[in-house]
Design a protein around this ligand. Structure first.
Ligand code: ADP
Ligand code: ZN
Ligand code: ZN
Length: 703
């Protein structure tokens, strides 16, 4: 076979934010430059970074008009990610440069040393070097048991033990990532699989062994041992010489899964998450790029991990909304994972106790119907709140008094959700958004939960001077104070209460107490001694004007129930104003199948996903100039009636950050065609000077 001519042309996409740019542009190809290389190139009289998206033997331009790149940068992307970026730009109505921007490694930094802590000789036994048995608190004992490892936030505590001759601390070169290990590695020896796990794993392994693409849904009840299946599946991929990506919703809330992967696979695991410094991220990224690490665990952005020969992508807790990215491109990591797995010929495993109707509809489903320990799921009691005025029903209060450890979910932060003047009826609203301000008592502020506006809590009504102001509604701050007044120890977990990790650790270690918080308390935590779960206001999610309201409610109740009764028997109380709602009734019976069947039928009747695709266009304009509705109207007109699609709106949205807003929602049956049509219509409206004050955003698969 004769080799073709060596491609002399590099097709380069400039990494600029300009939307109107239509690349790629041809440059002379420097020696050795391949697809994915980053170059510094002359461009329109400037210098910009660009990425090579293709090679060609010939250009349509004469060679003498082609520019040479100024230099080849020391960073590059694998070619398959270049392909993925092109797809993302189309799929999410964005630009190639913005998509690639999500994948680029951070610029390099130097290596770093850190402090390595290990038990001092003799300290692990029951005596100090001086001979007497050391007096240790439980947390000090746990600290010692976790050694040897690098010191982290606990350096001060380790130093105290060092002073007593129990710990030795010295600098040591390291990769910069601290894995916060909540549990000692010894606890993570691989358990023997249950027959159900073995059956499911057999299916996943067979798919991995087949070496082609397949997408599977692992529907396993809470505590059914899904993580063990992911671990074994990753092991199977590694054995075949393949890499694996494991996506988790939020590292800070579920550190256990990271710990378990690191304990099982050691340095083969790279962890990528948002709390890493640039240097740490750089190290992990390079370890993956060089093939030193073959498993990547991280939140949604880890779907872009530069792993070669990908064999497996796991999406844990696939129902979680945090897989959706709210910046441009507004990608959904579940959609990107499916695309990447298909492109790489890898197996996709999406797992959840409450899978999305979309996934149930589209993927082959594997089931783990029982908990690993054979314990039943806790009984769920629906508490009718229609005759109740207090936040907690007497039955809930009794249960809390009886149960040493409980989790209470109230999906509302702050003290009370609105303030009202008893004399004149004045309400307190955000000056910049059309929403009520929430009272935060400890902080002494009224806060807008949409834009962050804050003002001081008023003592009198500015309109009528009355000092009689009513505080309506109960948030986590107020409920926490009420529970404390009953003598309960409260561990509050919400966005106002500080970092989640320490609160969760303190609750885990406490012999009794209540973990109280917003929906973060229902995430995949594994506390074996929690015997009670209470959902204070199960209707909060149900009242949302959103077609996913039912799904969210079912998921929240089921996930909270999943936290109770793990190592002991348990029960769950669900307070609601709508005891007959199908989502709440099905969750109370642990009947996911009934819920999913009903929900899919409802969505089919209403033509909601998965029976259509939704594309949302939001136009916003400063309230001074206005014009959001007109712009949305212009998009609608430019769009016409695309084949198979229905266009709803323009409809006004509430004012946000001093911007008025208007939206269109398109229900599409021809996904790709309609996405392209919407993109073109928005581009036309955007190019019209009449709408120059307007910002347009397109959201495919909005949450
Ligand atoms: P899920 O992710 O399905 O909610 P986990 O993977 O967290 O469940 O498993 C629940 C608990 O059961 C964990 O503590 C885990 O270590 C344990 N576990 C998992 N598989 C087994 C097994 N085969 N034998 C014993 N314990 C297991
Ligand atoms: Zn008043
Ligand atoms: Zn606001």
């Amino acid at each position: 076979m004769m080799a073709g001519p060596v491609p002399a042309i590099a097709k380069v996409e400039p990494l600029t934010t300009a939307r109107a740019l239509r690349g790629p542009f041809d440059y002379l190809r420097p020696d050795g430059v391949e697809v994915g290389a980053l170059l510094r190139v002359p461009f329109a009289g400037r210098e910009v970074d660009g990425v090579v998206v293709g090679l060609a033997a010939h250009s349509e331009l004469p060679t003498e008009r082609l520019a040479a790149p100024l230099r080849v940068l020391d960073r590059s992307l694998p070619a398959d990610l270049i392909d993925l970026a092109g797809w993302m730009a189309r799929e999410y109505c964005s630009t190639f440069a913005r998509a690639v921007g999500l994948m680029l490694p951070p610029a390099g930094t130097r290596e770093r040393t850190a402090l390595w802590a290990q038990a001092a000789p003799g300290a692990r036994g029951e005596s100090t070097p001086q001979g007497a048995p050391p007096r240790l608190t439980d947390s000090q004992r746990a600290l010692l048991a976790s050694l040897p490892r690098f010191a982290g936030d606990d350096l001060a505590a380790l130093r105290r033990l060092e002073k007593r001759g129990l710990v030795a601390i010295a600098p040591r070169a390291r990769r910069r990532v601290v894995i916060h290990s909540a549990v000692g590695a010894a606890a993570h020896r691989a358990p023997e699989l249950t027959p159900a796990q073995a059956g499911v794993l057999g299916e996943v392994e067979a798919a991995v062994a087949a070496g082609g693409h397949e997408a599977l849904l692992l529907h396993g009840v809470t505590g059914s041992g899904k993580t063990e299946v992911y671990l074994r599946a990753a092991g199977a991929a590694l054995q075949r010489g393949c890499g694996a990506i494991v996506l988790v919703p939020e590292i800070a809330l579920t550190p256990q899964i990271v710990t378990r992967f690191v304990a099982r696979f050691g340095d083969t695991v790279a962890v990528l998450h948002s709390r890493l410094s640039d240097g740490e991220r750089h190290d992990e990224w390079l370890r993956l790029r060089r093939g030193e690490a073959r498993v990547c665990v991280g939140p949604r952005s880890a779907v872009f991990a530069p792993l070669a020969d990908l064999g497996l992508i796991v999406v844990d807790e696939e129902h979680e909304a945090s897989y959706k990215h709210e910046g441009d491109p507004r990608y959904d990591a579940r959609g990107v994972a499916a695309r990447r797995a298909a492109q790489a010929g890898a197996v996709l495993v999406a797992g959840s106790a409450t899978p999305r109707p979309e996934s149930v509809h589209a993927l082959r489903r594997l089931r783990l119907p029982e908990r690993v320990d054979g314990r039943p799921l806790p009984p769920v009691e629906v508490v009718d709140m229609r005759d109740s005025t207090a936040a907690l029903h007497p039955r809930s209060l009794h249960a809390l008094a009886d149960e040493p450890k409980a989790i209470v979910l109230l999906n509302r932060r702050g003290w009370s959700n609105f303030l009202e003047c008893r004399s004149c009826g004045r309400g307190w609203r955000c000056p910049d958004c059309d929403v009520a301000l929430v009272l935060h008592r400890a902080a002494g502020t009224m806060a807008c939960h949409h834009c962050g506006h804050r003002e001081r809590v008023p003592e009198t009504c500015p309109d009528c001077g009355s000092v009689s102001l009513a505080r309506h509604g109960t948030g986590t701050e107020r409920l926490g104070s009420e529970l404390r007044a009953l003598g309960l120890e409260v561990f509050r977990l919400d966005a106002d209460a500080g970092a989640a990790g320490p609160v969760l650790a303190a609750f885990a270690a406490a012999p009794h107490g209540v973990l109280l918080g917003t929906q973060v308390v229902a995430k995949g935590h594994d506390f074996p001694d929690v015997g009670l779960g209470v959902v204070v206001d199960a209707d909060a999610t149900l009242r949302f004007p959103d077609f996913r309201a039912e799904e969210r409610t079912f998921s929240l109740v089921t996930q909270l129930a999943g936290r109770a009764g793990r190592g002991r028997s348990g029960r769950v109380l669900v307070q609601t104003l709508e005891p007959d709602s199908p989502a709440i009734a099905a969750a109370a019976r642990h009947d996911a199948d009934a819920f999913l069947t009903g929900e899919l039928a409802r969505r089919e009747a209403l033509r909601y996903p998965p029976f259509s695709d939704l594309i949302r266009v939001v136009c916003s304009a400063p309230e001074r100039t206005g014009g959001a509705a007109a712009a949305a109207g212009a998009v609608r007109e430019a769009l016409g009636e695309p084949p198979g699609a229905r266009v709803l709106g323009p409809a006004p949205l509430f004012r946000l950050r001093r911007r008025e807003r208007s939206q269109l929602v398109v229900k599409a049956t021809d996904r790709a065609g309609t996405i392209a049509a919407v993109g073109a219509a928005v581009a036309r409206a955007d190019a019209d000077r009449a709408h120059r004050a307007v910002a347009f955003s397109v959201d495919v698969d909005p949450q």
